[in-house]
Design a protein around this ligand. Structure first.
Ligand SMILES: [Zn+2]
Length: 203
């Protein structure tokens, strides 16, 4: 049975238990969906990308909400990593997902990296803040990562390959550094001019 009465600004709906459950479930789904926001990603040469991010003091509800937004923004942009700096939030937070299924997020809060080997790895890097450009960058291959997860628990990881590259790329963002900084001044200038032109055209 459904009975609807309009009382002032509120609509009162009296419904049976099964429909009530469905309604509650739908509300929760919608609420959860609405609670996440796709944020705007800053693009090179935006000076805000040069900000050094501050450590997170407490991993609380606000941070977890921010993590939801960051993951949503990264998945929407089809990226494999996103640093808070890129959405103009200057706290030491990174989200990543290197899985093909896009269902294995890795959260790094206050990440720190130590180089533990001599190997270097060359990899073609791209960046959501430098859209459309891919260039080869050489980085240490063997690193040790220490960070906090979304519950504020400390963990360690010894990543290699693409994961090691991605972690270092994202950590650079937290220090105001971009992958274009590893290129020649000429190449960087060329990318800057092309992006500035695109930004002017879309303004
Ligand atoms: Zn990037």
């Amino acid at each position: 049975m459904v009975y609807t009465a309009i009382t002032g600004r509120f609509r009162v709906v009296i419904i049976g238990p099964a429909r009530m459950l469905t309604a509650v479930y739908t509300f929760l789904l919608e609420f959860h969906h609405k609670a996440m926001t796709i944020r705007t990603i800053l693009e090179f040469p935006d000076p805000r990308l040069r900000t050094t991010a501050a450590p997170v003091a407490t991993v609380d509800k606000r941070i977890r909400h921010l993590l939801d937004d960051m993951l949503e923004t990264m998945y929407e942009a089809k990226g494999i990593g996103l640093a808070a700096t890129q959405i103009d939030v200057h706290e030491r937070i990174v989200v990543m997902d290197l899985s093909e299924e896009r269902d294995s997020p890795l959260i790094l809060i206050n990440p720190e990296v130590e180089i533990i080997g001599d190997g270097q790895l060359e990899h073609d890097e791209g960046c959501l803040s430098v859209p459309g450009f891919y260039e080869t960058v050489s980085r240490p291959d063997c690193i040790r990562l220490r960070a906090l997860n979304e519950k504020g628990e400390a963990f360690e990881l010894e990543p290699d390959g693409l994961q090691a590259v991605c972690i270092q790329h994202e950590l650079d963002h937290l220090n105001g550094k971009l992958f274009v900084d590893y290129l020649s001044a000429l190449k960087r200038q060329r990318i800057r001019k092309k992006l500035e032109k695109l930004h002017r055209q879309s303004a």
